[in-house]
Write a protein that binds this ligand. Sequence first.
Ligand SMILES: [Zn+2]
Length: 177
Amino acid sequence: MTADSPNVSTDRIACASCKHDIDAVARLCPYCGADPRTGTKPVDTQAVLQEMFHPRPAATASESVVEFARHRQGIVIALAVGIVILLLAGLHEYVTRRNARDVSAAAAIPLTEVTDLSNQQDENRQLPLPKMEFQFDGHPQTMRTFVVEPGAITPPEVVAAQQTATAPPAPAAAKPH
Ligand SMILES: [Zn+2]
């Protein structure tokens, strides 16, 4: 750093207008905006700036489009996706309308030639109810469901058994009278 200081000091001059220490190659003083050698302020600062900092040449239309795409990649990707979807939708619409309008010239093929339906099971056929093997311990009456047919007649031996079962209490009930 110390070796650079004399070199730096030779590269710097004092502004003729405001006496500030500025760079020797400066065309304009950064403090007062005047020419550091003459001390006069140029009227057209923009001309000096354009002379020093060459403006970029005007970009062509294609270059500006590429530059825009580079800066806004998200928008460009979204636009591309939208265009692709529109293209696919248009193609689908075209094919749908063409299929609805045009009739195929090929001969009709029966469905039985395309698919073999002979070994297909009837899906509407009711499957037999599987035999239910449930476990019960000693009381099968509580586990069984009895279906009572409408119009069923009680067997005579069952009627006799019920009458003998209800007969004995009758005399006992008559005792209080
Ligand atoms: Zn100055």
